[in-house]
Write a protein that binds this ligand. Structure first.
Ligand SMILES: *Cc1c(COP(=O)(O)O)cnc(C)c1O
Length: 498
């Protein structure tokens, strides 16, 4: 398998190189040259274990790469990486259980170490980076640089903490994340980790990081890379749970092999839903992929009229991990729809004018595979309450956005195929909003966590239980114009913590 830049097919890399670089030098994202050799062995699916499914996906998408080298073949190589990533890391034996709620299924992807679905990818990414580093003979130290609005940072820290030859620096907005999210990050004590708050909002932190990638002069022996979902090594692991949920439905007798299943995905950077599209390309019988947004509905508008326009107001919502105006991974869908030259053109338009418009045939092609909808703040809150009252099922705000879009979509289309709604965070990760939705009182975020447990009886994930007592290990804070010099100092410091 080779990976090509979405903006120029002449830029071609091995999977290892693509994973180590993160982003192509022309600003494009790496995509498989073709899905032709990537057909998933559907006839075996029902008998496969979760880890076998993940290994199969990785071995197909990264086939022929030395990072999978193993005396028993590439599949065994992939299985070894998957085992190292996942064994003992998830709260349940089943890392993504399906819960039946009404007529639909909720796939709970949040039973990992930081209680958001990003763990599924970010536990495996470090193993892929390490293996890629070894197989390419890369001797330099890799420094992962990430700006986070909350969930990415903690999941990336959890994945990379303690991994040899790799360091990680995470920036978060000083007043822009929840107390639980902050404590999850600043209590990570890995010697290769650095967590730093920035005076500013998420966009400031994100721009600061982009600026560092563009202008920092690195010392000999150090390379930068990214843990964001622009990295193909972050996207590939997510493809597996689409197959896994299909297997579960087969086993439950809910579907027969070949039946179409719809997926409703709470979307921000378009990584999660794109992984579902990869699964479809690899042979999973997917009906519609429905892109669910909150009040920042740039994607809903795009799927409606083919115009992507980021020149609009930005809303801070109760589903903050989906508050985004530029969904990076949409570029990969454009590439699959209209090729590298056109994709490069649209991305240039987006940069210059903040806007681009698809041709009608391009939009039609996309609409045959995707639907989209959005949910307001009030609807999100009402959905949490209604679903809890009607089904006794507790969901977080991001999942509620998807659930609400599901109900509206089903009413509108009359679609009766089996549907899986992706649940991306534990209700305990956003206890405040969930308590508000249930109309309950509390005194601060840590108290909300306890009271939510007292009220619903739902188990607190072990990583959040007693989080307020976790020791703060990282206390550094910088202003936004100090980020560059801060990273410069860090990459020139060999030992970060004793
Ligand atoms: C990151 C995140 C999302 C959005 O996922 P994308 O892959 O960026 O579309 C949704 N929900 C939660 C809880 C998240 O952390």
């Amino acid at each position: 398998m080779f990976y090509l830049s979405t903006r120029n097919n002449k830029i071609s890399k091995t999977p290892s190189e693509a994973v180590l670089e993160g982003i192509a030098r022309d600003g494009g994202l790496y995509m498989p040259k073709s899905f032709d050799g990537c057909a998933f062995p559907m006839e075996k699916l029902e008998e496969m274990t979760n880890k076998e499914i993940s290994a199969e996906v990785i071995s197909l998408l990264f086939s022929g790469d030395k990072m999978l080298a193993n005396e028993n073949g590439e599949l065994a190589g992939a299985y070894a990486l998957v085992s190292r990533a996942y064994d003992g890391k998830f709260e349940n034996e089943d890392y993504a259980p399906l819960a039946k709620v009404g007529d639909a299924y909720v796939m709970e992807l949040y039973h990992g170490p930081t209680c958001a679905f990003k763990d599924v990818a970010l536990q495996l990414l470090p193993q892929l980076v390490s293996a890629a580093k070894e197989s390419t003979g890369e001797k330099d130290e890799i420094v992962i640089l990430t700006a986070t609005s909350g969930d990415t940072g903690s999941a990336a820290l959890s994945g990379f903490s303690g991994v040899d030859g790799i360091k990680i620096i995470v920036f978060y907005p000083r007043n822009g994340i929840s107390a639980v999210q902050e404590r999850q990050m600043v209590s990570v004590d890995g010697k290769n980790t650095c967590v730093c708050s920035v005076g500013g909002n998420f966009d400031d932190a994100q721009s600061g990081v982009k600026n560092i990638f563009a202008s920092l002069k690195l010392p000999e022996g150090v390379k930068l890379s990214s843990a964001n979902s622009i990295n193909i090594g972050r996207l590939a692991p997510q493809v597996a749970y689409y197959f896994k949920s299909y297997r579960d439905l087969l086993k439950n007798g809910e579907i027969k092999m070949g039946d179409k299943v719809n997926f409703i995905v709470p979307t921000g950077n378009f990584g999660d839903i794109l992984a579902g599209y990869f699964a479809k390309k690899m042979g999973l019988p997917v009906g519609k992929l429905v892109c669910a947004s909150n009040a920042n509905k740039v994607l809903t508008d795009f799927f409606e009229n083919g115009v992507y326009n980021k020149n609009r107001s930005f809303f801070v919502t109760n589903s903050p991990s989906m508050d985004i105006l530029i969904s990076s991974n949409l570029e990969r869908l454009l590439y699959l729809t209209c090729g590298d030259e056109k994709c490069a053109y649209y991305m240039a338009q987006l940069k210059e004018k903040g806007e681009y418009k698809l041709e009608k045939d391009e939009l039609d092609k996309i609409k045959s595979e995707f639907d989209a909808g959005f949910t307001s703040e009030d609807e999100t809150i009402k959905t949490i309450r209604d679903v809890y009252e009607k089904h006794g099922y507790l969901m977080d705000t991001h999942t509620a956005v998807a659930w609400s879009v599901y109900e509206k979509w089903q009413k509108e289309t009359g679609n009766t195929d089996k549907t899986v709604v992706l649940s991306t965070a534990s209700p305990y990760k956003f206890s405040n909003s969930v308590m508000n939705a249930l109309g309950k009182e509390y005194d601060g975020e840590f108290d909300a966590l306890k009271k939510l447990n007292a009220y619903t009886g739902a188990k607190i994930p072990s990583s959040l239980d007693g989080i307020e007592n976790k020791i703060v290990f990282h206390k550094v804070t910088v202003e936004k114009d100090e980020m560059l010099s801060f990273v410069d100092k860090m990459v020139n410091t060999k030992v970060w913590h004793e």
